[in-house]
Ligand binder design. Sequence first.
Ligand code: AP5
Ligand code: MG
Length: 193
Amino acid sequence: MKYFILFGPPGAGKGTHAAPLASKYNLKHLSTGELLRAEIAEGSELGKQAKELIDAGNLVPDEVVEGMISRAFGKYKEVDGFLLDGFPRTISQAHDLKEMLAARDEEVTAVISLMIPDEVIKERIAGRAKIEGRADDAKPEVIENRIRTYHAKTEALIELYKDEGLYHEIDGLGTIDEVQERVFKTVDSILGR
Ligand code: AP5
Ligand code: MG
């Protein structure tokens, strides 16, 4: 199985590129953000606990997302691998992922990182707010907090995965088609195609 991590700050285009990537390479797309929003929409106990944190732009506890990811790894067998979007997002999640995969005799295949500057994050999220109606897109202070959280807790993963030789950064600026072409090229070269 392949285990790709689709990495990047809020609004970088992870969700946008996940579907074409998943379909081209037969991967199961796992977005922790989408899974959490589905729990909120269902009104589950987990959703109730997570809602306040998400709506304020804070991370939910590691064990919540790790539980969802580990259940999904056991569930989907008819794919060539997984495309993790929004996970891991802290150093401790990255360590736990490594352990989770080691227990299955697997490892992270590569990290595909979409990079855009903070100003573009704000523009893109403001655009999406009008279309998707996500609660955490609605308020400028929440968007600021998500960007702060990214720099404080998530950005450190770049060095970690660079050290492991797994990190592939892609310029996330340009049209969606231009970025998609870069993403496909990168994944093709990782897979030796
Ligand atoms: P999550 O859902 O993962 O949100 P995020 O990381 O903030 O990322 P986004 O979904 O906002 O951005 P994206 O990169 O998918 O961008 P998109 O493709 O939509 O997480 C939400 C919350 O859940 C977190 O804040 C946290 O509370 C919790 N959570 C999730 N995972 C967690 C974890 N592991 N641990 C703890 N808590 C966790 O693009 C954005 C917009 O830009 C779209 O409108 C798109 O159409 C547009 N766009 C994309 N590409 C381009 C382009 N090239 N040109 C112009 N527009 C573009
Ligand atoms: Mg997303």
